[in-house]
Design a protein around this ligand. Structure first.
Ligand code: A3P
Length: 298
C-alpha cells in the first residue's frame, strides 16, 4: 500500500481527503434528513456533472449559485473533513450531499431514511482512463507509472474507494427502492435533456421548459470547463495541477479506445465478464463488450 492511502475496513482512502475519524462519524453519527439528496459515484463517473445538474434543478434553472459558490460547498463530499459541519450549517433545503463511499459505509445512516440517492455509473474502461489522468494531476492519488501498473491497481482494489465492481454491486442492491435512481454517464451524454427531466421527476421537482433549457445549457462540458466554481481551478496547484491534465479533460464516451492496448482491453473484458456474470443488469456499454466477446469466440 502506498503512503498516499490508508486502509479502513478493507478499503483504501486518500490520506489527503479524509480521516478514520471522519469516516467513523459519517458511518455512525451523521444525521440524514428525509429530504436530503445523495449524489453517489465511484470516482470519475460523472460526480461533478451531477453536482451541477442537481444545483441547477435545486435553483429552478437559475445559474447564479453554480457560478458563485464552489461545487464542494454546494454539494459537499460527506466523507471529507469539515463537510459534516458545512452540511449542518447549510441553510439550503434539501441538502445536496456527494459521496464516493461504497454502500457499506452509508448503510447504517440511510437505514429507514427517505433521503434520495442518485447513483451514477460510467463504463469502467472510461472511468479507469479518467482516473489514470486524475491520478497524475491530483495530490489525492498516487501518480501511476504507466497504464499497465495502474490497471493492475484498478483490478486489485489497490485504489481509493476500493473495487469498481464491489462499489457498483453494493449500490445496485438499492435498485427498485422508491428513493433510489440509477443514472449513467452515457445517458447524460446521449440524452442530457431527457436525463434532466427524469432526474426532476425522481426528485419531485417541476421545472418549466425554460428552466430545463437553462440546466442543459449550464451543464454542458464547455460551460463547466469555463466555470471556475465547477472545474476545480480554484484549488491550489499543490492539490490539482491542471497543467498536467485538466480536471475537465475530454468528457467523451469511449476514450479508452485511445489508451488501451489490445492486450489491456482483452484483460479488462475478461475480468469484467467474470465479475459481472451473475449480475442481472445490462449497461449501455455491455453490448459492445458482448460484441467483442462474440468476435473472440469466432
Ligand atoms: P474525463 O477525464 O474522461 O474527461 P468526476 O466528476 O466523477 O470526477 O468525473 C470527471 C469526468 O467527468 C471527467 O472525464 C470529466 O471531463 C467528465 N465530465 C465532467 N463534466 C462533464 C460534462 N459536463 N460533460 C461531459 N463530461 C463531463
Amino acid at each position: 500500500m502506498s503512503d498516499h492511502y490508508f486502509e479502513y475496513k478493507g478499503v483504501l482512502f486518500p490520506q489527503m481527503s479524509t480521516t478514520v475519524e471522519d469516516l467513523m462519524f459519517v458511518e455512525n453519527e451523521f444525521q440524514v434528513q428525509d429530504d436530503d439528496i445523495f449524489n453517489v459515484t465511484y470516482p470519475k463517473s460523472g460526480t461533478t456533472w451531477m453536482i451541477e445538474i442537481l444545483s441547477l434543478i435545486h435553483k429552478n434553472g437559475d445559474p447564479t449559485w453554480n457560478k458563485t459558490v464552489p461545487n464542494w460547498d454546494r454539494a459537499p463530499w460527506v466523507e471529507s473533513p469539515t463537510s459534516a459541519e458545512k452540511l449542518l450549517l447549510s441553510k439550503e433545503r434539501p441538502r445536496l450531499i456527494t459521496s464516493h463511499l461504497p454502500r457499506k459505509f452509508l448503510t447504517k445512516i440511510l437505514q429507514g431514511s427517505k433521503a434520495k440517492v442518485i447513483y451514477t455509473i460510467r463504463n469502467p474502461k472510461d472511468t479507469a482512463v479518467s482516473l489514470y489522468y486524475f491520478s497524475k494531476m491530483s495530490v489525492f492519488y498516487k501518480d501511476p507509472e504507466n497504464m499497465d501498473s495502474f490497471l493492475k491497481d484498478f483490478f486489485s482494489e489497490n485504489l481509493p474507494f476500493g473495487s469498481w465492481f464491489k462499489h457498483v454491486k453494493g449500490w445496485m442492491e438499492m435498485q427498485g427502492k422508491d428513493n433510489f435512481m440509477l443514472n449513467t454517464y452515457e445517458d447524460l451524454q446521449l440524452d442530457l435533456r431527457g436525463s434532466v427531466v427524469k432526474i426532476c421527476k425522481f426528485l419531485g421537482k417541476e421545472l418549466d421548459d425554460k428552466a430545463v433549457d437553462s440546466v442543459v445549457e449550464n451543464v454542458s462540458f464547455k460551460s463547466m470547463k469555463e466555470n471556475n466554481m465547477a472545474n476545480f481551478t480554484l484549488l491550489p496547484t499543490g492539490y490539482m495541477d491542471h497543467e498536467k491534465s485538466p480536471f475537465m479533460r475530454k468528457g467523451i464516451i469511449g476514450d479508452w479506445k485511445n489508451h488501451f492496448t489490445v492486450a489491456q482491453n482483452e484483460h479488462f473484458d475478461k475480468i469484467y465478464k467474470a465479475e459481472m456474470q451473475n449480475f442481472s443488469m445490462t449497461f449501455p456499454w455491455d453490448t459492445e463488450i458482448q460484441k467483442l466477446h462474440e468476435l473472440s469466440l469466432k
